[in-house]
Ligand binder design. Structure first.
Ligand code: HEC
Ligand code: HEC
Length: 347
């Protein structure tokens, strides 16, 4: 009897132990996100089968494209630089300066159906181009599983959004540091102190988990950092005046959304129009407190823009400090997700 109990205890203990040492189960993506993944990488989603979402939002570049500004399906130049898609699903609005775009689905109308410029060139009223989803073998099993009998743009937009919503990654060195799992080097710590310190004041605007929120809630998430100041109306270049385009309020000229700094070292070139080639040019901009354009149609001193935020004022920074700031920004890089094939093209 005693040995029976002993064996029983050993068996129970073993089961409990196995339960503990078994690695945490990977969360299985939803069926919607799986279909959304196929759509995200599928060039058949553009009128001439040349562009998918991933053409401009490449996983290996934190879902940007390395271009100053990208080209649409027919070679039209898109006005703005491609932003990262990481950790943005919960944002209140989307794009560089479109306050009215409050869902991923609404945002996707721009690339899918936009005419000025044409990006993917689709007709929102014509669902026949989506026939491939119901007939292609790659989609078949998933579509059957979801019991889909028809496909339309509405469904497609929801499915793609489900995939984009999975881009939530918190495995940068800085995340691990905050969780107490790794230490930062001396230079990274010094760079962190500069970023959050009074002199550079980056945290005034780049706060929160993704460095895309102002430090104080009363401050607007749209800010003018003095990139241009053209003519007597203090306009921005290329007829893109940011928030003003929507509100027509002169105080909004040149205001763009504070971008996330996650993976910032992978997402050059920078700014809404991609006019800073690299991170040094961005730092130069803040160091001067605005950009001076001496000649040409964009001539003007952004430092003097009436809407420029007072916290972009210029500062002195040594070469060593600049290195340290970059070392800190490097700790925001997170490429662990690339090891998961769910974030690679299935084609
Ligand atoms: C031709 C290149 C191109 C293609 C194709 C493209 N995008 Fe974009 N994407 C951009 C650019 C440029 C912006 C910034 C637009 C703006 O601010 O006006 C952007 C912005 C976004 C944003 C908003 C990001 C933010 O920070 O608010 C999301 C979300 C997005 N794209 C998803 C998609 C999806 C989904 C697809 C496929 C249906 C897609 N994009 C296709 C270039 C592209
Ligand atoms: C007053 C608010 C404000 C302050 C202060 C500020 N930023 Fe920004 N930052 C922005 C806005 C807004 C943009 C986008 C501007 C645009 O493209 O027109 C931006 C863009 C950037 C970009 C480009 C990101 C991209 O994806 O293109 C980087 C990098 C950056 N800031 C780093 C910094 C650093 C480093 C500091 C401190 C030296 C700093 N910022 C201070 C508001 C601010």
């Amino acid at each position: 009897m005693k040995s029976f109990i002993a064996v029983g205890v050993i068996i129970c203990a073993t089961i409990v132990c196995i339960g503990f040492i078994r690695p945490a189960k990977k969360v299985k993506p939803s069926l919607d996100a799986e279909i959304g993944r196929l759509l995200f990488y599928d060039t058949r989603l553009s009128i001439n089968k040349t562009k998918s979402c991933a053409t401009c939002h490449k996983p290996e570049l934190a879902f940007t494209d390395g271009e100053i500004t990208p080209l649409g399906a027919f070679g039209d130049t898109v006005k703005r630089n491609t932003p990262t898609l990481i950790n943005l699903a919960d944002n209140e609005n989307f794009n560089w300066a479109n306050e009215s775009l409050t869902s991923l689905q609404a945002q996707s109308n721009f690339p899918l159906f936009g005419k000025h410029p044409i990006e993917m060139g689709n007709d929102s009223l014509n669902n026949t181009t989506l026939g491939f989803v119901l007939t292609d073998e790659k989609y078949a099993a998933l579509i059957e599983h979801k019991h889909l009998k028809t496909v339309n743009w509405h469904i497609v937009k929801d499915l793609i959004a489900s995939y984009v919503e999975t881009f939530k990654f918190f495995n940068s060195k800085y995340d691990l540091y905050k969780q107490g799992k790794v230490a930062l080097t001396k230079d990274e710590m010094a760079g962190k102190a500069l970023f959050f310190g009074e002199k550079l004041n980056c945290k005034k605007c780049h706060s929160g988990n993704d460095f895309d929120q102002p430090e104080f809630a009363r401050m607007n998430t749209y800010q003018n950092i003095g990139l241009y100041c053209i003519g007597s109306d203090s306009l921005y270049a290329n007829d893109d005046n940011g928030l003003y385009n929507e509100t027509k309020d002169k105080d909004d000229i040149g205001k763009f959304k504070i971008p996330s700094l996650r993976n910032v070292m992978l997402t050059a070139p920078y700014f809404h129009d991609g006019t800073a080639k690299n991170i040094d040019e961005v730092i130069e901009h803040y160091k001067r407190g605005g950009r001076l354009t001496t000649k040409g149609k964009n001539a003007g001193d952004g430092k003097l823009h009436p809407n420029k935020n007072d916290d972009v004022n210029g500062f002195t920074i040594t070469a060593k400090e600049q290195q340290q700031l970059k070392a800190f920004l490097n700790t925001l890089t997170d490429t662990a997700y690339l090891k998961n094939k769910f974030y690679k093209s299935p084609f």
